[in-house]
Write a protein that binds this ligand. Structure first.
Ligand code: AHR
Length: 621
């Protein structure tokens, strides 16, 4: 295949081509990137998921029960754990989010107690397989019985755990109490990314950093929406001290702690240098209930309040609230999405387009520079509204490849975000898209990864229209999940993260950012799909390719206008053993080959690409 790349006449890209989509699904927040180690730390519950004691267990024969005291820890956290015993060393134990990865590092812990106790608590981490105590700290009680008292401590284990089969416990001398103590908000954090208090798991942040992401779409996905009234993700219940954060039932079958809240998302953006793409609730519940037009105003006000909290000066009501929580400096929001997959212009009885317009008008009248995006794949609607749109695609490999030219006819300058995509099922003889009733892949498969690359390269060719793309879902806790396939899988063991085949593909494409696409002579595609461009950050020409369904090795001859004979290029080729290979725990089927290629006397780079491969050729110039 001959590819001749010109050196002028292409389109500027957004600079945000690859990003991250996040919602709490698959225990990706609680039990995932949010570093809290204690599961069910505050007995949060709702009508959907009533408060439970599980997974806490009693130590030393104490009786455990849940109580709603007349004087709770807070309005947000009304339920506490009553531990009853009149003698002996008793307490409570927790297995964490399916284990603890214990290192010889400092762990920051705290817990609240109500009830008179004249003695010391012992906080321990132990390995239950070997019955070995890994670390312990005594915490002198400040609890007098009149009020809730917070106890903070640092626990530094003197033994690193051989595995994650560890238990956290707090014990005390029951004979020095009046027969019971109430506990709440029992927290333990390992060292976090950038040492942020209430911060993020280091290994998972490093995995994300490896993708060089440019934007973070949050907080959903379905999890923004709620299933039924009165539950949807309310930003103002996710800010401030942890004792003031309500639980939220979410839409993925578990109660969210809201410990990972709005400020934590913004810190996450700061830490990985990502542009926030903020989703606000549009008034749709997943199970069907809709806030009617004449009752929408409070929700629009709420979206504006959230933006004021993030962006307002400390003179404003919500900017002052932000400052009072310790964040005087505002953040900037340039992208707001209204809802999630609400198909606002789609014409269904409840999916009226006026809804989007009201939100957009309200947001843009105060923040004219914000691109307000409809959560619809209806491109015509979004174009008419001069708005953004969020295109989602979960499908089969062949279908993705068929979408290579999907964005070609979109109007230039229009900003479409591919807010979610993934190849989720194998090809079928009759072709077509996803079947939501059929089993999905457990992990990204190589053929799907290559097809995603074809789709993404198609998006990059239209980078003046498509501002970026994010795989979804991003995370999966292998011990508890609702959705497959996922980009990054993990357990409590921080050394065994699974970086999927699609992770490696995104990493390669994202690391080589095209600033300006470049025209190509008589491009023909199939079985090779490609895009060429110039990178201002590395001062190099780039050719990105994916080979899909080729019956033979492809011979490539590539010239870049302005690059002369003898120039050297670096060719990186990703491949994997067969179409359905995937990365499981402890394996990496993706082979990366780095090859130096030299332009011949005609300035031509000649190289070969195997079927089902993804590559980037980078030539300085
Ligand atoms: O990514 C999983 C789900 O797929 C998202 O929550 C939703 O937006 C989409 O339907």
């Amino acid at each position: 295949l001959d590819v001749k790349v010109g050196n002028a006449g292409g389109n500027s890209t957004s600079g945000l081509q690859y990003g991250v989509m996040f919602e709490d699904i698959n225990q990706s927040g609680d039990g995932g990137i949010y570093a809290e180690l204690i599961r069910n730390r505050a007995f949060q519950g709702s009508k959907v998921h009533p408060s439970v004691i599980d997974p806490w267990t009693a130590v030393g024969g104490a009786q455990l029960s849940l109580q709603t005291l007349s004087q709770p820890l807070s309005v947000a956290l009304p339920t506490s754990l009553k531990v009853a015993a009149s003698s002996g060393r008793v307490g409570i134990a927790n297995p964490g989010y399916w284990g603890f990865d214990i290192k010889m590092k400092s762990y920051n812990g705290s817990f609240w107690v109500k009830g008179a106790y004249n003695g010391a608590f012992t906080v321990s981490l132990s390995n239950y397989l070997s019955n070995q105590t890994l670390g312990t700290v005594n915490v002198t009680s400040k609890s007098t019985g009149n009020d809730w008292t917070e106890h903070s401590y640092i626990l530094t284990p003197n033994i690193a755990a051989p595995n994650v089969n560890n238990t956290f416990s707090i014990t005390y001398d029951a004979s020095s109490t009046n027969g019971s103590l109430n506990f709440n908000l029992i927290s333990l954090f390992p060292p976090t990314y950038n040492n942020r208090p209430n911060g993020m798991r280091i290994d998972l942040m490093e995995a994300l950093a490896g993708l060089h992401p440019s934007f973070l779409r949050f907080p959903g996905g379905n999890n923004l929406e709620g299933d039924d009234p009165p539950y949807y993700l309310k930003w103002n219940e996710t800010i401030g001290p942890l004792k003031d954060r309500y639980g939220y039932p979410g839409t993925w079958s578990y109660e969210n702690t809201n410990g990972l809240g709005l400020v934590e998302y913004l810190h996450w953006c700061d830490d990985l240098n990502m542009e926030p793409v903020l989703a606000v609730w549009a008034g749709f519940y997943l199970n069907g209930p809709v806030i009617p037009a004449d009752q929408l105003q409070p929700y629009i006000d709420d979206a504006l309040n959230e933006l004021e909290f993030i962006m307002g000066s400390t003179e404003t009501k919500y900017g002052a609230l932000r400052a009072s929580l310790g964040y005087p400096d505002p953040w900037t929001i340039k992208y707001v999405e209204v809802g999630n997959e609400d198909n606002l212009g789609g014409g269904g009885s409840s999916y009226e387009s006026y809804r989007f317009q009201i939100f957009k008008d309200a947001i843009n009248s105060k923040y004219p520079d914000i691109l307000v995006m409809a959560s619809t794949a209806d491109y015509n609607f979004a174009e008419t509204e001069n708005a953004g749109e969020d295109y989602h695609e979960y499908t089969r490999p062949d279908y993705f490849v068929g979408q290579f030219g999907f964005f070609d006819n979109f109007t230039r300058g229009f900003k479409t975000m591919i807010g979610e995509y993934a190849a989720v099922q194998p090809n079928i003889p009759q072709g077509g898209g996803v079947d939501w009733n059929a089993t999905r892949w457990a992990f990204p498969m190589w053929i799907g990864t290559v097809a995603e690359a074809v789709f993404l390269i198609g998006a990059e060719r239209n980078a003046d229209k498509i501002f970026g793309a994010a795989y979804a879902p991003t995370f999966q806790n292998l011990n508890s999940y609702q959705w497959t396939p996922d980009l990054i899988s993990y357990s409590a063991d921080t050394s065994s993260d699974v970086l999927s085949t699609s992770y490696h593909m995104i990493q390669l494409l994202s690391a080589h950012r095209i600033s300006q696409t470049l025209p190509m002579s008589t491009p023909e595609f199939d079985p090779v799909y490609y895009v060429a461009g110039y990178s201002n950050s590395s001062n190099s020409y780039l050719l990105k390719t994916a080979v899909y369904n080729s019956t033979e090795t492809v011979h490539m001859s590539v010239t870049f206008e302005g690059v002369s004979d003898g120039a050297e290029g670096l060719l990186t080729i990703l491949s994997a053993p067969n179409g359905v290979s995937y990365n499981d725990a402890g394996s990496n089927v993706v082979t990366t080959r780095n090859i130096t290629v030299t332009a011949d006397s005609g300035g031509c780079f000649a190289f070969e690409l195997p079927d089902l491969s993804i590559s980037v050729l980078e030539v300085n110039g």
